[in-house]
Design a protein around this ligand. Sequence first.
Ligand code: SAH
Length: 333
Amino acid sequence: MTQACTAPTGKIMLVGLGPGSHDYLTGRARAAIAEADTVIGYATYIRLVKELLDGKEVIKKAMTEELDRAIEAYDRAKQGKKVALISSGDAGVYGMAGPTFEVLFQAGWTPDSGIEVEIIPGASAINTCASLVGAPLTHDFCAISLSDLLTPWPTIARRLDAVAYSDFVVALYNPKSGRRTRQIQEAQRIFLRHRDPNTPVAIVKSAFRAKQRIEFTTLEKMLEADIGMLSTVLIGNSNTFVKHGLMITPRGYANKYDVEIGNSAARDGEKAGVSLSTGLNGWLAAIHAAHADGQSPAELAKAYRLPEDYIAAVLNEPLDIDTDEAAEESAEA
Ligand code: SAH
């Protein structure tokens, strides 16, 4: 290795601790903490790894001091120290990774400046909470934080509305705190505009920690549940069900909206390992045929719940489907 200067080079490690139990702390996260001269994090996270901190400088910070923490980490790294900034779950999911890079960029840091930054992934609450309730994430899902400390409410509300309408499974992070109690009520209200009141909801509090608590409820009744700062709220999609105490989202989706399956003859015609007849190619063929039969883009837009300009644009292009290629396409395992 060739190095121009021999000064010790510092390092910042952004460590995701996973949910809190040492069983779910990765080997690399453990090694990074062992390697660190300084460990910085919220008091709660410091407590979670206290057995690993002997002989290290430990800096506890309060909730509002994220940027200070990043600055402190950078100062120490410039002195040649190795610093672990610890976050629960994954450091890049509503965690310290973003603010740290913002501070570093502002201070003129670049990736080749001699101070290495390593991101060590951890299992985020969406994964760990899902694992405790069954298999709720087996179809498309997303995460929304209800914290309006740094995000305007209209942005949050618009995202809630979009995912409720589009039928994602959603994990709500930061659903409620002592002071923020109305956000979860508004989230429920927005969801109920689009979703069945009986949609399954699971609330996981303190996953893989001493006070772990799991509650199953429904969209309609979710406000009666015990929800706090350490809870993640998982809302199913229109196919999600609860059976034997397990929340399951099926991988197949074609059986929900009649319009999306065409008719039962089409379903009989499905082949294993090939895109659905209502997959892209089948759907293109269907809308071209319907259009040729006299259906307008506006009618098709309404039937498929898609924007009219999208339908119009697609209908404007020639139907150019290579059926051999379509037949060879295989679905993901
Ligand atoms: N970086 C973290 C998220 C920090 S935001 C991660 O990747 O998981 C804090 C929110 O995360 C909490 O309000 C809660 O919604 C969720 N959360 C974090 N740890 C949790 C746990 N052990 N059980 C349930 N939810 C948790």
